[in-house]
Design a protein around this ligand. Structure first.
Ligand SMILES: Cc1cc2nc3c(=O)[nH]c(=O)nc-3n(C[C@H](O)[C@H](O)[C@H](O)COP(=O)(O)O)c2cc1C
Length: 179
């Protein structure tokens, strides 16, 4: 079984990256794990042309196809996202917009193989959970339209820097044991 862990932040050395590292380490005994960062990929914004509503294909050719290859190869997808202005970072939102060819609200649409399970982890600097829930609901909305089953979520408020992750390690490990 293959697990894909996605750092949805553009920061490759921050708190999100540290959570991804812990998750990948925890899953490695049960899954073959691939860890990626949204910032490793180069892709354009969706232009909203809706050609994909007729063709199930995007008019642009770039790294979105490479990310989707990783989704296709995975049985389990874990998206780890910080809150940027109370939602997912723009880079990850730009990727989701470009997944419109795979969105199940129009026919024809591209499809991932069935049976994939999606997990969401949200972190933020502020102390309260509702903003984490908002980030998680953006990820789960995306999973839903790609027919990836939403199977678990973890909110981690009061995390800003890499150093703030260590005291939360047991929470993260407990979450991973349910995956
Ligand atoms: C552009 C930007 C916007 C942010 N907006 C919020 C916010 O609205 N609420 C919040 O609690 N934290 C916010 N944060 C803090 C991040 O959620 C927090 O620092 C997180 O740990 C960042 O992880 P990263 O460095 O791995 O991207 C913001 C950080 C940045 C850089």
């Amino acid at each position: 079984m293959h697990a894909l862990v996605i750092n949805c932040s553009p920061v490759k050395t921050g708190a999100t990256a540290e959570i991804c590292r812990i998750v990948s380490e925890e899953l490695a005994s049960r899954y073959s794990v691939k860890s990626i960062c949204i910032d490793d990929y180069d892709f354009s914004f969706c232009r909203g042309c809706r050609t994909c509503h007729e063709t199930a294909k995007c008019v642009m050719e770039d790294d979105v196809a490479n990310i989707m290859d990783e989704f296709e190869a995975a049985d389990i997808i874990v998206s780890v996202s910080p809150s940027y202005w109370a939602d997912i970072p723009g880079q990850f939102k730009a990727f989701i917009d470009r997944c419109t060819p795979w969105c199940n609200t129009h026919e024809p649409h591209a499809s991932l193989s069935p049976g994939k399970k999606g997990y969401s982890i949200a972190l933020r600097t502020g102390p309260n959970m509702p903003e984490c829930e908002r980030v998680i609901s953006s990820i789960e909305h995306f999973y839903g339209h790609l027919e990836i089953e939403c199977c678990g979520k973890l909110g981690l408020p009061a995390v800003e820097f890499k150093e703030n992750v260590e005291p939360r390690k047991q929470e993260i490990i407990a979450f991973c044991r349910e995956i």
